[in-house]
Design a protein around this ligand. Structure first.
Ligand SMILES: Nc1nc2c(c(=O)[nH]1)N[C@H]1C(S)=C(S)[C@@H](COP(=O)(O)O)O[C@H]1N2
Ligand SMILES: [Mo]
Length: 304
């Protein structure tokens, strides 16, 4: 496993000042409550962060996939305000030493929040660069104590149709579930994100806590998590159950394996404008140096 790095690089350091100042103005004007000093985020970014220019707050919070609030990209920003995110707890169970219901605030008091600027590549062939705040999932799993027999981790989103109207529709199996192999879950790139741009996670991005696995298609990065279970067997996942021909369990970003309905060779970086050129998609979304070893000997066209 790759070792953990720290550096003092934050998104401010890697963002051209003009862009940064514009964003400051936007945030100061648009979101009101934010003090300029808090925008930089609570902690330093790491070597794992990309130096690409992050998407704007507006792009990241107005163009979303969160089917619990509708299937349109603009639906989550419109409707996710209905979600009650406090109190919040995560039930951690299965093959762990300390199963139980962990209060979100207690988790936060135990974890070290870092900034991670990651590419997010949706299976629909668009992408963004997002400055997340969060902690390594490994730290949370180690807190609960992973038993030796555990080989997989499953995650579940809140099921609350009164607040999440999309859950009354049947385009997906609810609650939204996802899963990782244990080594993927323990990988230092895998984080539980609790904010972005140094602010609490907006509801539409998966408040108060969501998974981010940057080398996999975006649908693996499950939002608003209430349950984590350690298992011996590979868990079912909503997208795989709904459409197994199109969405596999591994879902590693792979430009060589097309989606049955479109090419995955290139992607549209959000924010580039309508005349922006598509950019080539990278194997493992550009995180191959860190993660490729985990898939040695696997046929990545078969385990899509
Ligand atoms: N619970 C839940 N998690 C989810 C989704 C969803 O519909 N429901 N959409 C996924 C998809 S397809 C993507 S691309 C990312 C989008 O994250 P973002 O809106 O924060 O950019 O969230 C993922 N997590
Ligand atoms: Mo996605």
């Amino acid at each position: 496993m790759a070792k953990r790095y720290t550096s003092n690089l934050t998104w401010n350091d890697v963002t051209p000042e003009s862009v940064y100042l514009n964003r400051r103005n936007f945030l100061a004007g648009g979101a009101g409550a934010i003090a300029a000093g808090s925008i930089a985020g609570p902690a330093a970014a790491t070597q794992y962060s990309t130096d690409e220019t992050p998407n704007t707050w507006e792009e990241i919070t107005q163009y979303n996939n969160f089917y619990e609030f509708g299937t349109d990209k603009t639906d989550p920003a419109k409707y996710a305000g209905a979600l009650t995110t406090s109190p919040w707890s995560i039930e951690i169970g299965g093959l762990v030493d300390k199963p139980g219901t962990y209060d979100f605030k207690d988790i936060m008091s135990e974890m070290t929040i870092e900034e991670r600027i990651y590419r997010l590549r949706c299976v629909e062939a668009w992408s963004m660069v997002i400055p997340w705040n969060g902690f390594e999932l490994a730290d949370l799993l180690n807190m609960a104590g992973v038993k030796e027999e555990a080989k997989f981790v499953s995650f579940e989103t809140l099921y609350r149709p009164e607040e999440m109207w999309g859950q009354k529709k049947h385009y997906l199996v609810w609650p939204y579930t996802e899963g990782l192999r244990l080594d993927e879950a323990m990988h230092p790139l895998t984080i539980m994100a609790t904010g972005l741009y140094g602010k609490d996670m907006p509801n539409q991005n998966g408040a108060p806590i969501r998974l981010v696995v940057p080398w996999k298609y975006g649908f693996k990065s499950i939002k608003s998590i209430v349950k984590i279970t350690l298992l011996e067997e590979e868990p079912l996942t909503s997208w795989n159950v709904t459409n197994s021909d199109e969405y596999g369990f591994y879902a590693n970003v792979n430009p060589l394996v097309d989606h049955p309905r479109w090419s995955q060779a290139t992607e549209r970086r959000i924010g580039g404008g309508i005349f922006a050129k598509r950019i080539p998609t990278k194997m493992f979304n550009g995180y191959g140096d860190e993660v490729a070893d985990m898939y040695k000997g696997m046929d990545l066209a078969k385990y899509y």
